[in-house]
Design a protein around this ligand. Structure first.
Ligand code: CAO
Length: 426
């Protein structure tokens, strides 16, 4: 909707047959980049997120508005013959159709990939499921945390003496949507050469696992050498035959940890992440006022440090005790120490730099005023997405149907028969 003539995806028509988070995150980004994204929703209630976790009565929830900006909405019962006919007309004209319903739902609706491909051979069909087609669990319905557990994230997240832990980051949902977006854009490029669309499928388990690539690396290393030198369990603890949870340890070759700063007793986020970069050891010692560690054989190499790495972190916390997280980072950055304050969501929401970059944006929303959302994390030199509000349920039903050639009488009859929702009902 906010697309300008120069928008990268201008002219691309997307049928957004998605709900909750994984699919909507994908199509929202297409809309930001200029595609005409038409969200097709159930007549009663629409996308479930419109109603989930509402903060204002009778107003679409932030869960919905933050994943469906820049789209249009058609509320139509696709299980009626008339609704299915509308869908088929839309499919004939579209470039992309994205869905993330429960396994088998598209087939049950009469919209199998084969049928869609027959209706419009150029159309690219994007599909999100919990598991891929080879999985014994391919019939399961899946939400975020289910995927994090099945994709290897939960077993490797948290502390060794606690249970598997899920991440707050939407590794199962939005991450899968971003993977699907890559697939769809690739298929659009392929279509330039072949003239034919294809089905692009991404499973949430696979998308999570793709982000847990280094943990599979660690599994292979563990099987070969029996230990993982960068994990807190080394060298004083024990390893089993599977990758353990490493707490806040750095995942690469650079040890790091979350360290307390001034005020941590009262502020749950008065911490920084501190990285000991091997090639920066000398400057790191200067930064934390421990110049004697530079040449001390017990400290001078990563191998020498590892057996007492937590004593080292404890000493660094002593240095941090009279510094706020911002003061600490202010000092450490001048010594090239890779570090950052642990930022709360409140701090992020108020951060002027994130606002200036368009990463956090305030958006006008009908019936709500404004709301804060995460804008595009992808920055182009020649294009800046303009983030607009999310559509009301069925806001564009009449316009879409009339563009498809339906008369005012036919549209009125659709309303009476509940094929489309009556806007007065919203
Ligand atoms: N008109 C008529 N019927 C419609 C419709 C429309 N416009 N849009 C959807 N429906 C129907 C579907 O056809 C389906 O009907 P059947 O079950 O009779 O075939 C029904 O609505 C429910 O679809 P659903 O997929 O939304 O079902 P659900 O709420 O039971 O499950 C979810 C939700 C997310 C668990 C499931 O969709 C799923 O596993 N999706 C794949 C994985 C995924 O994307 N999960 C992440 C979601 S983000 O956390």
């Amino acid at each position: 909707m906010a697309a300008t003539a120069t928008a990268p995806l201008a002219g691309i028509k997307v049928i957004d047959f998605t709900g909750v988070q994984a699919g909507p995150a994908c199509t929202q980004m297409m809309a930001w980049f200029g595609a005409d994204v038409l969200k097709v929703e159930r007549v009663t209630g629409g996308d479930v997120t419109r109603h989930q976790l509402r903060d204002i009565p009778n107003t679409d929830a932030l869960y919905f508005t933050m994943l469906n900006s820049n789209k249009r909405s058609l509320a139509i019962n696709t299980k009626t013959p008339e609704g299915l006919e509308v869908m088929e007309k839309l499919i004939r004209e579209a470039d992309v159709l994205v869905e993330n319903f429960a396994p088998g739902a598209m087939d049950r609706m009469g919209l199998s990939w084969e049928h869609i491909h027959e209706l419009n051979p150029r159309l690219i069909f994007g599909s999100v499921k919990g598991f891929n087609d080879e999985s014994p669990w391919k019939d399961l319905k899946v939400y975020e945390n289910v995927a994090q557990c099945a994709g290897g994230a939960a077993s490797t997240t948290g502390f060794w003496d606690g249970p598997p832990t899920v991440s707050a980051a939407a590794l199962g949902d939005s991450n899968t949507g971003m993977h699907l977006l890559i697939g769809l854009l690739t298929a659009l490029l392929a279509r330039e050469k072949t003239g034919v669309g294809q089905k692009v499928s991404v499973s949430m388990q696979d998308a999570v696992l793709n982000l847990c690539r280094v943990k599979l690396r660690d599994q292979e290393r563990l099987e070969k050498v029996g230990y993982l030198e960068e994990y807190p369990q080394y060298p004083n603890g024990t390893f089993t035959d599977t990758v353990p949870r490493g707490g806040n340890a750095g995942g690469g070759g650079q040890p790091g940890w979350v360290l307390k700063c001034k005020g941590w007793q009262d502020d749950p986020n008065a911490y920084i992440y501190f990285t000991i970069q091997e090639q920066n050891w000398e400057k790191t010692c200067q930064a934390i006022e421990k110049p004697e560690w530079v040449d001390d054989p017990a400290y001078a190499t990563a191998t020498a440090r590892q057996p007492h790495i937590f004593d080292i972190f404890a000493d660094i916390e002593k240095w941090l005790a009279d510094k706020t997280k911002y003061e600490a980072v202010g000092i450490l950055r001048t010594f090239d120490v890779p570090c950052a304050p642990v930022l709360s969501m409140k701090e992020i929401a108020e951060d002027p730099a994130l606002r200036a970059s368009g990463t956090v944006v305030e958006v006008q929303q009908q019936g709500r005023g404004t709301f804060l959302t995460v804008g595009s994390p992808i920055k182009f030199s020649d294009y800046t997405p303009a983030i607009t509000g999310a559509p009301l349920l069925g806001e564009h039903s009449t316009a879409v149907l009339s563009d498809l050639g339906y008369t005012a009488d036919q549209i009125a009859n659709f309303q009476v028969a509940h094929v489309i929702a009556d806007p007065a009902e919203h």
